[in-house]
Design a protein around this ligand. Sequence first.
Ligand SMILES: C[S@@+](CC[C@H](N)C(=O)[O-])C[C@H]1O[C@@H](n2cnc3c(N)ncnc32)[C@H](O)[C@@H]1O
Length: 356
Amino acid sequence: MTTSKPVTDGLAPVRSGRPAERPLRDPYDVMFVGWSFFRSKLLTAAMDLGVFSVLGDGSLSTEELCDRAGLHPRGAQDFLDALTAIGLLSRAEGRYRNSPGVAGHLLPDSEEFVGGFLRMTTELMGGDQDSLTGLLRNGTARGQGTGGEVPFTRIFHDPVRLRHFLSAMDSFNGAVAEELAHVFNWSRYATFTDVGGARGNLAERLTAAHPGLTGTVMDRPSMAEHFDRLVAERGAEKRLRFVGGDFFRADLPPADVLILGSVLHDWPMEQRATLLRKAHGAVHDAGALIVYDTMLDDGRQQADSLMLSLIMMLQSAQAGGYSPAQCSSWMTDAGFTVERVVRLPALTTAVIARKN
Ligand SMILES: C[S@@+](CC[C@H](N)C(=O)[O-])C[C@H]1O[C@@H](n2cnc3c(N)ncnc32)[C@H](O)[C@@H]1O
């Protein structure tokens, strides 16, 4: 096997930028790594209590917040000031506001809401350490039974989990779509298929950015109603169509460009290879394949990507992260010529390849 050497586009050096990732100097630094879960608890509690929604665009005093969010006065002041100290709220003259740039991500009706992702990952963790320790001791996933049923089976049977899941996907793929619309030369192509494209958020954004481009979203048949709703809301009926089916059993809808976004990480190695081979069959000659995912950095130094890989492992039995180098090698094995590796927002990397 010869692996073509991809051009690496704008790959920023690994940035950590988080206080816990600077050199640890004293016992308190170590203690606070262990205690950093408390920030997450504060955020989750504030979402559960509706603090961000109650504040909306306005400002409220402690008493008003107690009244509207149902906070008991005993802990309210410390809670609100702690939220302020970690940057989620701001405070002036005794009145609290949602921090600029933060509120949009925490209001459930906002397009940029990240709460679904937080809920999904919290649920996978089980609210305690057990499921992570279980994974590390036994390799078991919390998101499915030990019987090894197909990933996502449970999510699709639970409307609340499905809602969190779709919101979680959108909070990543929305940011990815904005950038993917620009870093790839779409003008050379007329059609694409987003394989495992969920409710079509990324596909809709790509077609909105490139008039003349039409997309097919392939996902499980039960995704159709969510796709239909999104397409109707955004008036995208003429630009997008949905094909329901199992991507392992059905033919992939042919197109100039195939996208496999955050799909490969869910499956065992053989099935990743199967999907890439099927993608090669479905891409038109001279077309392209784009694989994007929250990939591990090749140096395995980026804490958030490594943690996301562990979250994937909690989600299903054989899931896990992979690096751009691994991905390039699999794509080459499937017959593609890898051209570029592109760093995208939301911890995501795309590997872009051509079909000769
Ligand atoms: C992790 S999500 C990624 C969604 C989207 N591409 C994104 O980037 O947000 C994986 C998607 O694959 C779909 N999927 C899983 N198994 C599938 C199968 N056997 N056939 C078709 N779609 C499947 C899921 O329904 C889900 O929408």
